[in-house]
Design a protein around this ligand. Sequence first.
Ligand code: 4FV
Length: 233
Amino acid sequence: MRFDVMTLFPGMFDGFRQTQIWKRAEAGGLVSCDFHDPRDFSRDVHRTVDDTPYGGGAGMLLKIEPLVDCLEAIPRVGKSKVLLTSPQGKTLNHPKLLELASWDQLIIVCGRYEGVDERFIEGWVDESFSIGDYVLAGGELPAMVLMEAATRLIPGVLGNQESVDQDSFSSGFLKYPQYTRPVDFRGRQVPEVLRSGHHELIKRWRDEQALERTSRLRPDLLGDKQSEPHKKR
Ligand code: 4FV
């Protein structure tokens, strides 16, 4: 999977690229990423990439020329899609990330200022995505969220595929409670069943817990799924 990120702040990704999951995936040739700064495509000595909105209103917008010139300079690789980070986009979720993880190239345009010229969206963006109903200063964090979440779903990136399959949402349920040593912390015990070694009982307990917390915390996830969480669909 190849990520091409259009951003005015490529440095924001330095820390992200030091994360273990990304470094291992990049070293294994499972992912790669390149950064492209629209400011390098601005057409004036002041390297302007923003301007005031027609019709008035607060703030500035990203101009269309540097965005189009920057995008058209990115070599396309196989099945590629142009994504824009925007609060107006569809909110990312697990099924969408599974779909995005199947593309050869994702070009992510990071919004800044109050947004971008609408003609760029109409003419050059395949899909806008949001990470939630709140407003950020830029699209760089949403881009990293997508890059990490999609990369985790690429076969071979995570040590054991099992951990993806057991992720929250991959079964459509929230994950069951989990515990590790010590067995007792200030009188708080690890549930007996998990220390029983009785795998059938452990699985049943985890199913019940996943269903209970999903119906309590995220009933919207249940839809038709009223019964066991881990019954293969
Ligand atoms: C956002 C979000 C978001 C809007 C103006 C950056 C900001 C500026 N992107 N999910 N929520 N973007 O707030 O994706 O362009």
